[in-house]
Design a protein around this ligand. Structure first.
Ligand code: MRU
Length: 353
């Protein structure tokens, strides 16, 4: 797979994930409107990637103003931030990345090198994300046994991040150490992140993958076919409750009832230390049309009401381990999350959103 997000000639280029695996088409984002649309319409998706695209989006937005007016004001920066924040509400990485970029703006405000510093800030975040994914994948790989069959939901691979991936990163890292693995990917209706993206990524790596409809997790756990479940996260609360793609909670229930270990792989940029538990996470509701139409074809009665909640909350009690770049967290998650975010350890987790 080639770079799915890169900066070239004063613009951000993103691979349009809606067209995969059939077409590899890039979208050129040269205005903040282009960037916001790419996130909102899910040309790009996946919590860490949304954060990175928004970070580059800040540069795009400031550059746009500088080209037309020669200088930017703090109110311009705040307007760009607001515009990008309004795109998708659940993945905390978006708010985290914008907060970091806002801090960089404040540091370089009024200086000649402001734009260069902002671009460097976005590039640094991108590089760090890949490094963190590799680190957490290395830790997670130790939890995988040779011969395991692993079920994953949605897409938490390289495509959903700056590179390498989180849940799929763990699978990849275990496979790279020579473990023989089989992966079961759920389709993940209605966007088909599993069928279109996870299957594509794993096959590119040469990892054996079987596709199942979303409603198979219960049966597969009950029949002893699944050895472990690994998923990513859009937001982890202080107590370890996790928001991830809708359907994750049902899979966690099935895993728990059948004593199948359930792992969440997430970088610290997906943790929200400002919220106590999952009740405080805002769940995105998307247009019901996305359920009613598959590839532009109506698959139900035209006038039926359809609902599409993008995410659900898996309570901490159903999660065996949370895998981060700092190591594997066990229960009680709250205790270890608190230690990770203690003053002096919080790195770039300062400020609130
Ligand atoms: O709606 P999406 O495709 O952005 O949702 C993505 C997920 O739910 C992923 O599992 C999550 O962002 C983790 S990606 C490393």
């Amino acid at each position: 797979m080639s770079e799915h997000i890169y900066w070239k000639d004063d613009a951000l280029y993103v691979l349009d994930q809606r067209l995969l695996p059939f077409k590899e088409t890039y979208i050129r984002c040269a205005t903040v409107k282009d960037v916001a649309k790419a996130i909102k319409d899910m040309a790009v998706r996946g919590a860490p990637l949304i954060g990175l695209v928004a970070a580059y989006g800040m540069v795009v937005g400031l550059q746009e103003i500088m080209k037309s007016r020669g200088r930017v004001k703090e109110s311009d920066m705040e307007r760009i931030c607001r515009r990008l924040k309004e795109t998708r509400p659940t993945a905390v990485n978006l708010f985290w990345a914008l907060r970091r970029m806002r801090n960089t703006y404040k540091e370089f405000e009024g200086q000649d090198g402001l734009l260069e510093a902002m671009l460097q800030g976005a590039i640094d975040m991108h590089v760090e994300d890949v490094e963190h994914n590799r680190q957490l994948s290395h830790y997670g790989a130790e939890l995988i046994d040779d011969g395991d069959t692993i079920l994953t939901h949605c897409n938490a691979g390289a495509l959903a991040t700056g590179g390498y991936g989180t849940a799929l990163g763990v699978i990849k890292a275990a496979w790279e150490t020579g473990k023989s693995l089989q992966v079961i990917a759920t389709e993940t209706r209605p966007y088909f992140q599993g069928a279109r993206l996870t299957v594509w990524e794993l096959r590119e790596q040469g990892i054996d993958v079987t596709l199942v409809p979303d409603n198979h997790a219960g049966l597969l756990c009950q029949q002893g076919i699944v050895d472990r479940v690994i998923v990513g996260a859009d937001r982890v609360a202080r107590n370890g409750d996790v928001a991830n793609k809708v359907g994750t909670y049902m899979i966690a229930l099935a895993a728990h009832d059948n004593e199948v270990p359930f792992y969440v792989a997430a970088p610290l940029s997906s943790f929200d230390e400002s919220i106590k538990n999952g009740d405080e996470i805002s769940i995105e509701e998307r247009d019901g049309k996305e359920v009613k139409y598959v590839n532009g074809r109506l698959v139900t009665s035209a006038d039926v009401t359809a609902k599409y909640y993008g995410f659900d909350i898996t309570p901490a009690r159903l999660i065996t381990y949370i895998i981060t770049e700092k190591g594997v967290l066990e229960k009680p998650f709250g205790k270890y999350i608190k230690m990770l975010f203690a003053p002096g350890k919080r790195e770039h987790h300062n400020g609130s959103h």
